[in-house]
Write a protein that binds this ligand. Structure first.
Ligand code: OAD
Length: 267
């Protein structure tokens, strides 16, 4: 549950001026873009990458999240992604995902861009829309989705299949060409999908406010998107328990958790 504005003000007195300023910027923005990272899903139970206990503290990306790793050992890579699929299936959107989805649907001029591959923004959009159209809150997923397969030969995308990683022969294959399927996520050393990135770039460049939530802002080009907002005359509002490389570019940077702060900013 997110906190009510009054509770929050009482608890964090020192940052209440920042919260008031951020609310003001957000309320007065005609258009907004949101950039989220793993921190927005932390309170849903999805591990982040670089915090203590994060995925890249336990696993080596070069073994699991590169085209070479997949070519070398597709069973290991699939096992890891199948485990992550199970993990996110057991998680649910939190108060931050819900608040962002409700805000985007209410305003109609908010674009949610996420680096996350966990599908939680999409689930929150569906929940928030009810029988209405969820698309104003459907995220631009710049790093792809765990919940989609892609053919490593012909690039066709498909619904995720059950993964049997007992042997190479049992790994999922493309219906069209028989090529080996892979998760439709962007790996280290790969380019982002051009059309998806262009959509995120355009939203960032044209926004009055970029709300940045729960990203270490270390992985580019996603981490540069807020700077496009600033270059276009807009402002950055950041929510993160820690300082990041974007903190100094932000008009307001609030130290706090996504599920506590975001509902207060967008409500
Ligand atoms: P990181 O793990 O690098 O950063 C997570 C950020 O979330 C940190 O800045 C934390 O301080 C912050 N954080 C932690 N808990 C939070 C909470 N409850 N509320 C708000 N913020 C919180 O994750 P990303 O920045 O998303 O790439 O990482 C970027 C990319 O690196 C990922 O998309 C992934 C990874 O390699 C791909 O998969 C291509």
């Amino acid at each position: 549950m997110g906190l009510a504005y009054d509770d929050l003000e009482r608890l964090v007195g020192g940052v209440s001026d920042d919260i008031a300023r951020a609310r003001d910027l957000i309320e007065n923005a005609a258009t907004a873009v949101v950039l989220t990272g793993a921190g927005v899903s932390a309170e849903s139970g999805v591990p982040t990458f670089r915090d203590a206990g994060g995925l890249w503290k336990q696993f080596r990306p070069e073994d699991l999240a590169t085209p070479h790793a997949f070519a070398r050992n597709p069973r290991l890579v699939w096992e890891w992604y199948a485990w992550r699929r199970t993990l996110v299936a057991e998680c649910a959107p939190n108060a931050a995902h819900r608040a962002l989805a409700e805000w985007a649907i209410r305003r109609g001029t908010v674009t949610i861009v996420t680096q996350n591959v966990d599908g939680l923004h999409t689930r929150a959009a569906r929940d928030a829309a009810g029988s209405a159209d969820p698309s104003p809150a459907s995220p631009v997923e710049v790093h792809g989705s765990l919940l989609r397969d892609r053919c490593s030969a012909c690039d066709a995308r498909s619904e995720p299949r059950p993964v049997d990683a007992t042997s190479i022969a049992t790994l999922p294959r493309c219906d069209r060409c028989g090529g080996m399927l892979r998760p439709d996520v962007v790996w280290f050393g790969e380019m982002l999908d051009e059309a998806v990135l262009a959509k995120a770039d355009a939203a960032a460049a044209g926004a009055d406010v970029c709300l940045v939530v729960g990203t270490s802002a270390l992985v580019h080009p996603a981490a540069s998107l807020p700077l496009h907002t600033r270059a276009g005359g807009g402002v950055i509002v950041e929510v993160n328990p820690e300082e990041t490389p974007l903190t100094h570019a932000a008009a307001v940077s609030i130290r706090g958790s996504a599920a506590d702060i975001v509902p207060v900013l967008t409500g």
